[in-house]
Design a protein around this ligand. Structure first.
Ligand SMILES: Cc1cc2nc3c(=O)[nH]c(=O)nc-3n(C[C@H](O)[C@H](O)[C@H](O)COP(=O)(O)OP(=O)(O)OC[C@H]3O[C@@H](n4cnc5c(N)ncnc54)[C@H](O)[C@@H]3O)c2cc1C
Length: 448
């Protein structure tokens, strides 16, 4: 059956963004019997947020929580609990033996008794008990060079955390949810669109949105969900220059070295804070605890700076615009690393610049309706919060006055769109097989 270019498909909900959040939102709507069409980026746009993907080191949020101080603890307490619940939900999605690993632990070195108390309070809030605190001596071997040659470190935490391969999870979720929605008539259908190399346009027409720019289709929908990470704002501006999301965006610099082995770090995560107060260094080993062996170290001082996304169309532009902050972060990472390595020579480092959107608080989720529109914009803050954010998006959608006018596309249109799913599923299974081998699939190599 051939599809006329000008055919306009009427769909209940159109989603922009096929990262972890867009994928889970599509599944949530499908579960509730609603058909959705979902579009990823075209080839010219900024790619998704780095997630340390493929090195299998997505963290649950515990490490991020360690940057809170006792003062901010009360303010952020609810957020910590949200993180904990969100992580449990995410893990309950399925038994992802291949993608989520057993508790490997984050080794977090502390340097004073006060700091120890502080962390114990945080860890308790996250539901873990003090049994995770241990004397450093037991772990020196696993920490390799970072085990404290020079410093007398009183203790470390071995916090439970689960490295996971996010992009592989996304691919599996996509494939499974498409197949489920084909088999089960109660589920809404999920239609992923083939990648377009044209600019996707959205126009407001009466009360609907008309989405065009795909080689073979045009869509009309009463409802848009934008989960396109750092491109969400530009999609909104494309619809109406006055539309604004409330998200905060931050730039983060990270360094990577291929010489992981020479540091003798035997565990996937490690963080320490013994240079000066609040001056962390996070070191992630991408090694044999993961699905595939990548013996690299990824290093970050966890600091971020505000970024205005309207100031650039690519990572290279942004890096140029924020040159001073970027150089400062590079220098800080080098200095902390040098300090930790004692007299040993600094390895060659490759620096990477990432951008992450969230609510005002770093890593916090944001779900908002753009004023006077039928548009919801969402950011999970942390990938592990995505399932709980998808559920909240669904609740918000249900509360809309326009309500759900219809749930399913016309049968003929469903069949026509469905014809493209076979090819999409084929591509997905190839990507699943090649997930670790294909450079394009690795977040770390997406910049520049
Ligand atoms: C350095 C760093 C470390 C992190 N570490 C962790 C961690 O340890 N644990 C954790 O839980 N989280 C972590 N995160 C956060 C996590 O990566 C993000 O929260 C998560 O990836 C956001 O998912 P998303 O689907 O909202 O956005 P993204 O992952 O950015 O996906 C957006 C999707 O939208 C698509 N898109 C872009 N433009 C368009 C367009 N115009 N139209 C349609 N689609 C479009 C993209 O192709 C992409 O698929 C980290 C982030 C950074 C930057």
């Amino acid at each position: 059956m051939s599809t006329n270019k000008n055919t306009r498909f009427k769909v209940p909900v159109f989603i922009f963004g096929d990262g972890i959040l867009g994928t889970l939102i599509a599944m949530e709507f499908s579960k509730n019997g609603i058909d959705v069409v979902i579009s990823g980026s075209n080839s010219n746009e900024l790619h998704n947020a780095a997630s340390l993907r493929n090195q299998g080191t997505l963290q649950s949020g515990i490490l991020q929580a360690m940057t809170y101080t006792p003062k901010s603890l009360n303010k952020n307490g609810t957020h910590l609990l949200h993180l904990k619940r969100a992580r449990e939900k995410f893990e309950s999605l399925a038994k992802w033996e291949d993608c989520i690993h057993s508790e490997d632990g984050v080794h977090h070195v502390v340097r004073s008794k006060d700091q120890l108390k502080e962390y114990q309070a945080l860890v308790r809030m996250l539901g873990y008990q003090s049994k995770y605190t241990k004397p450093i001596g037991q772990l020196r071997d696993q920490l390799g060079y970072f085990g404290g040659k020079k410093f007398q470190i009183p203790a470390y935490f071995n916090l439970p955390d689960k490295p996971m391969d996010l992009d592989r999870i996304i691919l599996l979720l996509k494939s499974r949810s498409i197949l489920d929605s084909i088999k089960d008539p109660k589920l809404g259908k999920i239609f992923y669109l083939p990648k377009s190399d044209r600019t996707i346009k959205v126009q407001e027409e009466k009360k609907a949105y008309v989405i065009s720019g795909f080689a073979k289709f045009k869509f009309e929908s009463d409802f848009l969900i934008i989960a396109a990470g750092i491109n969400s704002q530009s999609i909104l501006k494309g619809i109406n220059p006055g539309y604004q999301q409330k998200a905060t965006t931050r730039g983060i610099c990270l360094a990577k070295t291929d010489e992981g082995t020479s540091f003798q770090l035997k565990q996937p995560f490690f963080s320490r804070n013994d240079v000066e107060e609040k001056n962390f260094i996070f070191i992630t080993r991408h090694g044999n605890h993961n699905i595939h062996y990548f013996d690299k170290l990824v290093i970050s001082n966890g600091e971020s700076f505000p970024v205005d996304l309207t100031e650039g169309n690519s990572y290279a532009d942004l890096r140029k615009n924020y040159k001073e902050q970027v150089i400062e972060q590079h220098q800080r990472i080098k200095a902390i690393l040098q300090h930790n390595l004692d007299e040993d020579e600094l390895p060659d480092l490759e620096f990477i610049f990432c951008v992450l959107s969230s609510d005002k608080t770093k890593y916090k989720e944001l779900i908002e309706q753009v004023a006077d529109t039928n548009i919801i914009v969402a950011h999970p803050g942390l990938a592990t919060a995505s399932l709980s954010v998808a559920e909240q998006v669904w609740k918000k959608y249900k509360g809309f006055k326009t309500s759900i006018q219809f749930k399913k596309m016309a049968p003929k249109e469903r069949i026509e769109l469905g014809e493209f799913l076979d090819e999409y599923l084929d591509q997905l299974s190839k990507k699943i097989d090649n997930a670790v081998l294909d450079d394009d699939e690795k977040s770390w190599f997406r910049d520049p």
